[in-house]
Ligand binder design. Structure first.
Ligand code: NAP
Length: 322
């Protein structure tokens, strides 16, 4: 039996439950590709899973049982093809949001992926940068170019603008048609966000955006939570809120104010096709990838502890290839 290094979660709980160890290497089934992982992105759902999804309402909590390998974002090299896979060849350099929403096992030297979830990694994109793109990038990309296709215009406010999803949203909503982008984040991210093309910056630790911003056409809120309704005054009548996470938006008040609000946040979905288009935008320099920090795979627990402290500027990536 071939083995590989991986980080496995042995029990739901603190980062220390993530253990770097030798495990059996998986084999691709029909429609699957085995990828030798060079780097793996860290996303909030990874640490929600590590904690047993206790922040999710019970009725939507996934029923996963440790031991588990976490991780949905990978970049790497195709090494083996399962039956029926024709679009990839061993040696192809790829990136992917693997099987999302669903289970994936990216914190490892080798990971399986449905063939359709992968995109070719453009030459201008290194493995670490590529692993930072899939989930956060696709979340923003699918809002801008799928859910709101052709309907992005005017002023867009991005809350949580410096994080994984937020920094892609600032750039992609502009490309999708926004005339003005306002970024809301804590003060130390100001230079980063103006550098990514934001026209205006609001430091929410000094001034709540709800006090100083009015009449935006679209609010992309990556923060949500119990205080989400405080952003209602920023949106014009007839404007829209695109929540990225669960939040209390005082739905009835939003309706009185004539604000469009989805029933639930739009859920990002794996798509090799969307990811190829997004990767091309990065390759041509139209979209920049912010890297908050890089940890070796064996330090996945430290990466999780860092992620949970918050205030990220871009993405955390695990370097798998030594
Ligand atoms: N709907 C979907 O399919 C989908 C997909 C991916 C992620 N998500 C969810 O989206 C959320 C964001 O994900 P992410 O990967 O972008 O997380 P992240 O990289 O951790 O970024 C979160 C950002 O929010 C900022 N922030 C925290 N509190 C804030 C506040 N009160 N006001 C403004 N900014 C604040 C943080 O920095 P500062 O406080 O320093 O500014 C940080 O930069 C998570 O809840 C995640 O689960 C949903």
């Amino acid at each position: 039996m071939a083995t590989m290094r991986a980080v496995r979660l042995h029990a739901f709980g603190e980062p220390e439950e993530l253990v770097h160890e030798e495990v059996t290497r998986p084999e691709p089934g029909p429609g699957e590709v085995l990828v030798r992982v060079q780097a793996a992105g860290v996303n909030p759902p990874d640490w929600y899973a590590r904690r047993g999804f206790v922040n999710f309402p019970v009725e939507v909590r996934p029923n996963w049982t440790p031991p588990l390998i976490l991780g949905s974002d990978i970049s790497g090299i195709v090494t083996e093809l399962g039956p029926g896979v024709t679009q990839w060849q061993p040696g192809d350099e790829v990136l992917g949001l693997v099987n999302f929403p669903g289970r994936a096992s990216g914190y490892a030297e080798y990971a399986l992926s449905p063939a359709a979830d992968l995109a070719r990694r453009p030459a201008g994109l290194g493995p670490v940068e590529a692993a930072a793109v899939p989930m956060a990038g696709l979340t923003a990309y699918q809002i801008a170019f799928r859910h709101l296709a052709g309907r992005v215009d005017g002023t867009v406010l991005v809350n949580g603008a410096a994080g994984g999803v937020g920094h892609f949203a600032v750039q992609l909503l502009r490309i999708a048609g926004a005339k003005e982008v306002i970024a809301v984040a804590s003060g130390r991210h100001q230079g980063f966000l103006l550098g990514l093309g934001a026209d205006r910056f609001v430091d929410y630790t000094r001034t709540p955006a709800g006090d100083v911003v009015r009449d935006v056409d679209l609010l992309v809120d990556t923060v949500g939570g119990p205080e989400a309704h405080r952003l209602l005054p920023t949106v014009r009548r007839g404007g829209r809120i695109a929540p990225v996470f669960l939040g209390d938006y005082h739905r009835e008040r939003a309706a009185e104010l004539g604000i469009l609000l989805n029933e639930k946040p739009w859920q990002v979905r794996s798509s090799g096709t969307d990811l190829a288009e997004l990767a091309a935008l990065v390759d041509t320099g139209r979209v920049e990838v912010g890297i908050d920090s890089v940890f070796p795979l064996r330090e996945a627990a430290a990466a999780h502890a860092h992620a949970e402290r918050g205030h990220l500027q871009g993405k955390i990536v695990l370097r798998v290839e030594e």
